[in-house]
Design a binder for this molecule. Structure first.
Ligand SMILES: [Zn+2]
Length: 284
């Protein structure tokens, strides 16, 4: 009886979601490759810090609205399960945990049979691909903070998805990396727009991705535009949402003109189309 009583006391003392730490989420659960927008209502004299999947979430402060906002994401390959979202306030040290579930999502599988010569890379190309991967990986480490954008993200091309995000490929019975962006339909020469404000951190011609542009939007958010025909921007340029980056093409490993568009949030590869929808929750 005594033990039972103690158990009840402990249960009651575990803080639930404290009322004065108001956090509004666009959804109560996530899926692999998904994103949630959140707002934290400012508490007088306190600065919030948010941690999710062992990383700090960058928050955008809106003094006029007295809120902080940000995005929490789940990588395409994140293990499904329940994870802690931790909000802490400085200087009070008040901390709140919220459990969020990440669900598995089946994005489908595509099986292809191709001549071996098209699949296996020569030693020379393999070295090129590995070098290019190192160049890109270095970009993620140099991410800029804070966020350079203040408005929701937009589609770089108003068209339909012809290659869905997350789809796995099995080529000649060998599993390949899943599709980490979306392929958008587009005729060669169609202008491709910046999804939001930011800085151009990469322009170049890579083996797989062809003429490529990468934007650092700050707040650990990057967008990528691949297989471009022409690139109209220079490295390090400051860019605004909707500005033309280049045109649709079929450069690199591509079977026809289209735009491959990818987004990374806090190192996590997310579905760009659903991210654009989620980002519409941002305060304008
Ligand atoms: Zn693609």
């Amino acid at each position: 009886m005594y033990k039972f009583f103690i158990f009840i006391m402990l249960t009651i003392n575990v803080p639930a979601f404290a009322n004065d730490l108001q956090m509004t989420l666009s959804s109560q659960e996530l899926y692999q490759g998904g994103v949630i927008h959140l707002k934290i209502h400012e508490k007088e004299g306190e600065k919030p810090a948010l941690r999710w999947l062992d990383k700090e979430v960058h928050l955008l402060y809106r003094p006029d609205k007295k809120i902080y906002e940000g995005f929490i994401a789940a990588d395409l390959a994140q293990k499904p399960g329940t994870y802690d979202l931790i909000l802490s306030l400085t200087p009070s040290g008040e901390t709140t945990h919220k459990k969020l579930k990440i669900n598995a999502k089946d994005y489908g599988v595509r099986k292809l049979t191709l001549p071996a010569g098209q699949v296996n890379l020569s030693q020379e190309n393999l070295e090129r691909v590995n070098n290019e991967k190192r160049v890109i990986d270095r970009l993620w480490e140099k991410a800029e903070t804070p966020a350079a954008f203040k408005t929701p993200f937009i589609m770089p091309l108003e068209s339909e998805v012809i290659g869905p995000f997350g789809r796995k490929s099995i080529i000649n019975d060998q599993p390949r990396s899943p599709h980490t962006g979306v392929d958008l339909r587009g005729k060669k020469g169609t202008p491709v727009k910046a999804a939001n404000d930011g800085r151009i951190v990469f322009t170049g011609d890579h083996f797989f991705t062809g003429n490529s542009v990468i934007i650092d939007h700050g707040g650990e958010i990057f967008s990528m535009y691949f297989h471009l025909d022409k690139i109209n921007v220079n490295n390090n340029a400051i860019i605004t949402r909707g500005e033309v980056l280049g045109t649709v093409g079929s450069t690199g490993r591509s079977t026809g003109p289209h735009l491959h568009w990818g987004m990374r949030i806090n190192g996590m590869r997310v579905d760009p189309v659903s991210f654009v929808k989620v980002s519409s929750h941002m305060e304008e």
